[in-house]
Design a protein around this ligand. Structure first.
Ligand SMILES: Nc1ncnc2c1ncn2[C@@H]1O[C@H](COP(=O)(O)OP(=O)(O)OP(=O)(O)O)[C@@H](O)[C@H]1O
Length: 246
């Protein structure tokens, strides 16, 4: 896996229009690190992941990330499954960054997609339309696509939401496999027990960073209280940087 500098945030601010999403965050996700991003609803977690993936512009500060090496698993709720595509099509899409839109996929790429479906326990699902899958099965398909993408940096937005315990355990095992292979992994999560048990590093975000470092040092009662109080104090109508200017 490529090492490099990892992902470096320098006084980064992200907004939606004039509305603040992430305020003045600095720090680094080291190459090969496994980090949970936690915080209250609306804390800016998804916006930060999308910015790292190159899908959301910085309004202030800098974000250095190996864009071509990043795979993003969006929140399942953000995806439209009404589209009439098969499981295999969704997984084959993981080859997009290498194959582009116009080249026919090679036999090896087809095989890799079938192997990925088998690896997530969905052998025989190749021709099934994704619209008819359960939430857990669909999440397995999206993990198969990540397998095919084979990216050194993997961003997961609430990867275990709406899946049962067995599916979550299978997908978590894949995350650990990727970590063991030296990939850099960031996952937005709400289950703090899972974070404590399985994620060595944590960023606690409440639009501003509350704490970032070893999970045990970040998820203290005091830090969690601070994040909660900041969330309760949020002014939905506030414009970017009002709080930090105060
Ligand atoms: N497309 C959008 N347009 C306008 N505002 C948005 C948009 N997406 C998010 N926001 C706002 O930006 C802020 C951060 O949202 P974001 O989705 O990044 O938070 P989050 O921490 O991922 O939340 P959750 O835990 O609920 O998924 C929120 O106030 C949200 O309402």
């Amino acid at each position: 896996m490529s090492r490099g500098e990892g992902i470096v945030l320098t006084d980064l601010t992200l907004t939606h229009g004039r509305r603040p999403a992430v305020h003045h965050i600095s720090g680094r996700f080291a190459p090969g690190s496994l980090t949970a991003i936690v915080g209250p609803n609306g804390a800016g977690k998804s916006t930060l992941l999308r910015a790292i993936a190159g899908l959301h512009p910085a309004v202030e500060g800098k974000l250095a990330a190996p864009r071509r090496d990043i795979a993003l698993l969006p929140q399942a709720a953000a995806l439209d499954r009404a589209f009439p595509v098969s499981c295999l099509d969704v997984v084959l899409f993981g080859h997009w960054h290498r194959a582009g839109a116009f080249r026919a996929l090679r036999a090896a790429e087809q095989r890799a997609a079938r192997d990925a479906l088998a690896a997530v326990g969905l052998e025989g699902f190749e021709g099934r339309p994704v619209g008819g899958l359960s939430s857990g099965q669909f999440q397995r398909v999206l993990f198969a696509r990540l397998l095919v993408q084979d990216a050194p940096v993997i961003l997961l937005d609430e990867p275990f939401n709406a899946v049962d315990a067995r599916t979550a355990a299978d997908l978590l095992a894949l995350v650990h496999r990727w970590h063991g292979e030296g990939r850099t992994i960031l996952a937005v999560l709400h289950d703090l027990e899972l974070v404590r048990h399985d994620f060595p590093e944590t960023l606690l975000l409440a639009r501003e960073p509350i704490a970032w470092g070893p999970t045990g040092e970040v998820l203290t009662a005091a830090n969690r209280m601070k994040a909660r109080m900041m969330a309760e104090a949020w002014d939905a109508e506030a414009e970017a940087c009002e709080r930090s200017a105060a």
